[in-house]
Design a binder for this molecule. Structure first.
Ligand code: GDD
Ligand code: MN
Length: 371
């Protein structure tokens, strides 16, 4: 009895995401974008880079932005620093003096309140010149055509937000992050072909500026500057997409595990807080069937599905220890052996991150994280 229940939970846990992935990949991914793109569309772009203690890497980041194949007259960079203590600000000021041909605006906060409030401070205090606002991180790397390729999607009025696909800088053969990315890039692009994806990437996310102001800037109830505003915009009926022709890099950090848990924490808050937009519950928003379905599935996958695995494992263990069930013992052994497979290991690792994130959220949602 216990074994049967545990087995059903485990089956649902694994089969549902697998079926969704295969469906999205075969039915949605091959579709055309259905957007009026224009390679010659050249809007004015404002790039906002928030920094806190990034002295070691800030020069490379600014050089990378400077090297973009996009006319400097159509570009503005705003760096917003929150009282860094390692000289980040001085590096930025020096860099700006050495690169007078690009417009750089430096903003300072007198104390640290977190990344999202810092970006909002910049957006609130100065109206960016551009039609497009691009947010990025200090530890990201863009190919030189990134901006050029991203803006062509905005030639279509239906597009509200565009994010790049992402890979992690390889450091070893067993790069769990890239495994995770490969699967998610395919899924996010597939969802975007259908309508929009509810999960976006911080290393490069572009917004149509007037929509950012329309939603009242970045929501501050969550620690991310990407998935939440993009989803609110998608709930309004605009497309918020991840594209596959721009692939940016992000560097893997030493304490990668806790960084993934923190991001999972932000995603959980994101899915809990954006629920109010489903079925047009918030008057401002149009009912949007396709995105609501995608959002609903991702909500399930992030918030509910990890617990099925957890419960199933708990039941198998109880059955094994209390009732000395051979079946559950065998299943647990099979599970342990499967950990030898990279795909399986990556998946389990993700589930652990999500569960830990939910538990940690009970204490604090990590708006200002240690760096
Ligand atoms: N001004 C300011 N103030 N900047 C900050 C602060 C702050 O309090 N905290 C972090 N930052 C800056 C960092 O310097 C970096 O440029 C960027 O915000 C992202 O922070 P990271 O520490 O690199 O975190 P991450 O890469 O894990 O964050 C990612 O996940 C978030 C979602 O959880 C990014 O991709 C974010 O864009 C994303 O929203
Ligand atoms: Mn980062």
């Amino acid at each position: 009895m216990l074994d049967a229940l545990a087995l059903i939970l485990a089956l649902v846990h694994f089969a549902f995401p697998l079926a969704y992935y295969l469906y999205a990949k075969t039915m949605w991914l091959p579709r055309p974008w259905n957007l009026k793109m224009n390679e010659n569309y050249k809007p004015h772009v404002t790039i906002i880079l928030p920094t806190y203690n990034e002295a070691k890497i800030i020069r490379d980041r600014l050089d990378n932005i400077y090297g973009q194949e996009y006319s400097k007259e159509f570009m503005e960079v705003i760096v917003v620093d929150s009282a860094s203590t390692d000289g980040t600000l001085e590096f930025i000021e020096k860099w700006a003096r050495e690169h007078k041909d690009i417009k750089v605006r430096i903003m300072r906060e007198s104390y640290r309140r977190g990344m999202v409030p810092a970006i909002n401070y910049a957006l609130r205090t100065i109206e960016p010149t551009g039609e497009i606002v691009v947010l990025t991180d200090a530890d990201a790397w863009w190919p030189i055509t990134a901006i050029k390729s991203i803006v062509k999607y905005f030639a279509d009025d239906k597009v509200g937000a565009v994010t790049a696909s992402i890979i992690y800088e390889e450091q070893d053969d067993d790069n769990t992050e890239n495994m995770y990315r490969h699967y998610y890039n395919i899924l996010r692009v597939s969802e975007s072909k259908k309508h929009s994806t509810p999960v976006h990437n911080g290393p490069l996310i572009a917004f149509r500026k007037n929509l950012l102001y329309k939603i009242g800037l970045l929501p501050e109830y969550v620690g991310n500057d990407d998935s939440t505003p993009a989803s609110v915009i998608a709930f309004m009926g605009y497309r918020a997409i991840q594209v596959d022709d721009v692939v940016v890099k992000e560097y893997v950090k030493e304490n990668q595990f806790w960084r993934m848990v923190r991001r999972a924490q932000h995603l959980i808050v994101h899915f809990i807080k954006t629920k109010k937009y489903v079925k047009g519950k918030k008057y401002l928003y149009r009912h949007n069937k396709d995105f609501e379905m995608i959002w609903g599935i991702e909500w399930w996958l992030h918030v509910v599905n990890p617990w099925l695995l957890f419960t199933s494992l708990a039941l198998f263990m109880t059955s094994c220890i209390t009732f000395l069930s051979i079946t559950s013992f065998a299943i647990i052994i099979v599970g342990i052996l499967l950990l030898g497979s990279k795909v399986f290991r990556t998946w389990i690792f993700q589930q652990i991150c999500l569960i830990l994130a939910m538990v940690k959220n009970l204490k604090s949602i990590n708006i200002v994280w240690s760096k």
